[in-house]
Design a protein around this ligand. Structure first.
Ligand code: ATP
Ligand code: SF4
Ligand code: MG
Length: 351
């Protein structure tokens, strides 16, 4: 029998992550978060459902940068949007400083947004082309209670300075700026209300390589000066390597591995992480393990049973089609979702 023909086991109770201890000092605690999209029905059949995020749990501490990586379609942006409640989750909880933002009214949510902001890949997504830069920044300040126009204007100039722009830029239109400058303005706008958490979704992917480093350096500098926590989403491992304190690896809506950044890049413990690293070799790579990621990421409408990575995993066993691996805590900040406890990737690498 082909592995992918085996019927899925009941996985309804398999959490994907360590359920956060809400009394801990985490800024953000996400538990058992899931999101399924309903797709347009074709003909008279049932409505197809796409599982984008599946029972994901994780935490982010104050001032911590958590990288989120995975191939296109793995659910990274959906997870980022769920965290800010830009879209509604099906189940789960998202606690920001102890408050479950899923239970807030729209009015309360608007107040909570003062603590969490998002930066998008395309800065035009957050900048209204018909609004001057200063007005765009001041709009956020006003929304969050800064009523005095002079105070708003001063704060706006201060913010532009913080992101390496000049106070005069407040009077210009977004179209007058390059992509890199627009991203700086979007960052200034996001920081206007002193958030504690930023969700940065591919913030440099749309920019020329020559300007990427400047934006990353700015984000790192602001992060450390303002003690910002960032959920830093990127498909580019080299970018995550320089930005993140810890990295979470996602595949088909589930977390495969979590580890401190250096440990993950030097010695990945999950076959999928090893495959991602092999597909994007880095000059200073400590890992020599070459796990080839054959084929395409399967459709989330009909994900593989058991371990969702099994159709591409060189180490898969028949049991991998039947049981959903839990994300197990292996100590030293390392977590892995793999049924094969006997699989010691660093040892495979050394052999
Ligand atoms: N609004 C939506 N309606 C239906 N399907 C959606 C919607 N948003 C996302 N999806 C699907 O959910 C899955 C996860 O998408 P998501 O954008 O979160 O992935 P991603 O990891 O951010 O990918 P990328 O690296 O390409 O940005 C994909 O299969 C995508 O097609
Ligand atoms: S559970 Fe099986 S298929 Fe999944 S990563 Fe581990 S060995 Fe590979
Ligand atoms: Mg995305």
């Amino acid at each position: 029998m082909e592995l992918n023909k085996i019927q899925p086991a009941d996985d309804s109770n398999v959490a994907n992550g360590i359920l956060p201890n809400l009394s801990a000092t985490s800024l953000l605690s996400v538990s058992n978060l899931s999101k399924t999209f309903e797709l347009p029905r074709e003909g008279w059949g049932t409505v197809p459902r796409l599982r984008a995020v599946d029972k994901v749990s994780f935490t982010i501490s104050e001032g911590e940068v958590l990288g989120l990586v995975g191939e296109s379609g793995s659910g990274k942006s959906t997870l980022g949007r769920l965290v800010l409640r830009l879209i509604e989750s099906d189940t789960g909880a998202v606690h920001l400083e102890g408050t479950d933002i899923r239970r807030l009214s729209q009015r309360q949510l608007q107040d909570a947004r003062q603590k969490m902001q998002m930066i998008f890949q395309d800065p035009f997504a957050s900048l209204n082309p018909r609004r001057k830069v200063g007005a765009a920044i001041e709009e956020v300040l006003e929304l969050h209670g800064m009523q005095e126009p002079l105070a708003r204007s001063e704060r706006c100039k201060e913010l532009l300075g913080q992101v390496g722009m000049s106070p005069e830029d407040a009077q210009r239109w977004p179209r007058e700026f390059s992509g890199g400058q627009r991203q700086r303005i979007a960052i200034a706008r996001a920081l206007a209300v002193n958030p504690k958490l930023l969700v940065a979704d591919e913030p440099v992917s749309a920019l020329d390589v020559s300007v990427q480093a400047g934006i990353l350096a700015l984000l790192r500098e602001l992060q450390s000066r303002l003690s910002l926590a960032i959920l830093f989403i990127s498909h580019d491992l080299s970018v995550v390597e320089v930005m993140a304190d810890r990295v979470m690896v996602m595949y088909l809506g589930r977390i495969m591995e979590v580890a401190p950044t250096r440990a993950l890049f030097n010695a990945p413990l999950h076959p999928y992480t090893a495959g991602l690293l092999a597909a994007a070799p880095r000059l200073n790579s400590g890992s020599k393990l070459q796990v080839m990621l054959g084929g395409e990421i399967p459709s989330p409408i009909d994900p593989p049973s058991g371990c969702v990575f099994r159709t591409r995993c060189p180490f898969a066993l028949p049991a991998c089609a039947q049981e959903v691996p839990e994300l197990k805590d292996l100590g030293q900040g390392r977590l892995r979702a793999c049924l094969r406890d006997d699989l010691d990737l660093p040892q495979v690498q050394a052999a």
